[in-house]
Design a protein around this ligand. Sequence first.
Ligand SMILES: Cc1ncc(COP(=O)(O)O)c(C=O)c1O
Length: 407
Amino acid sequence: MRVPFLDLAAQLETTRPDIERAVLDVVASGRYVGGPVLESFERAMADYIGVDHAIGVSSGTDALLVSLMALDVGPGDLVVTTPYSFFATAGTVARLGAAPVFVDIDPRTFNMDPARLADWFEREVERRPRVKAIVPVHLFGQCADMAPILAVAAAYGIPVVEDAAQALGARYPVGGDVGTSGGAGGSSIRGGTSGSQVSRGVSHGDRPAGTMGTLACFSFYPTKNLGAMGDAGLVVTGDSHLAERVRRLRNHGGHDAYQHPEVGGNFRLDTLQAAIIAAKLPHLDGWHARRRKRAAYYEEHLAALGLELPAPVWGRDHHTYHQYVIRVADQRDALRQHLAVRRIDTMIYYPVPLHRQPCFHYLDHPAGAFPNSEDAALRSLALPIYPELTPAMQDRVIEETNAFFRA
Ligand SMILES: Cc1ncc(COP(=O)(O)O)c(C=O)c1O
């Protein structure tokens, strides 16, 4: 039995009629860019996430790029993030002529360590660094520890852009202390304790990923928990001025026809992709329930091996298990090979941390600069987890992982 890392064809079997209808409707409508289908997708996403404004864009990468542009990030500026993420998190910063500043991750969660963030600001504050944004990443489907991150941001008056590309539907439990963060150029940061932006069905005190920063970015890359059939992304915000600016920037910075107060790009989302994502959205919570069930099953059956399993620090029901990433001391590559030979696919996220990428050598971070990220890069292994993973397939993964360690 082959165990693929992900099986989007199997997923299509559960959504095919809805998707076919949505696609054919767009095809018949003749509106392929913008239009009512895009607008209703944006409303549906804003409702699901629990935000006032959602703006469809061409990818998660462009969501980050346009969000940073909306905060006026440019040459000479700094943006603080972590070195353990997908390349776009830092690549978009560099594309704008700014420099990424890295702070290491908490080894338990793979997410930005708020204590290290606070340390960096304390160390650097005398030099008055031009930090334009802090970009925490909610990696693998679990929220970063946002309350202390927002507290640091508030103390220095810096906006937060959540990289929620992997975390649509994830939640962060707070007792009302989120929302104290500083704003961008006088605009108010979202948050607060009113709960007015909290989605329906979310228990009191929880903050969904995407509702805590000044802006937040999502990706619908096909392999995401909610995937398009091509590239697609989303920017969300509670700030109407920033929302307006993102809308302008995604369309060459123009507002009326052929009037361009500033330079933007073509960051528009195809209407077909919007229709496909909207057709899949009603399935998402059910898919998350199935991912959580599979995570619980791995936990139960791998616990005895002494591996480091994912730590759902906010509770399993707050995690969306975009990936199930274990850490293996010393033998990660041998385990991967053992599974591959037995036709069980795994992945390594991410083998080279961002500060060690050749394109960032100019930042001058030696090996060992961010030990937790480097350790994660050496030891992490993502096991298959998706709603269509059958019990028999999951048992194969468990059986062969056990067999490897018994040998
Ligand atoms: C953490 C993170 N940020 C940004 C992105 C960029 O999204 P996209 O691939 O849609 O451009 C991704 C997608 O893989 C991601 O995982």
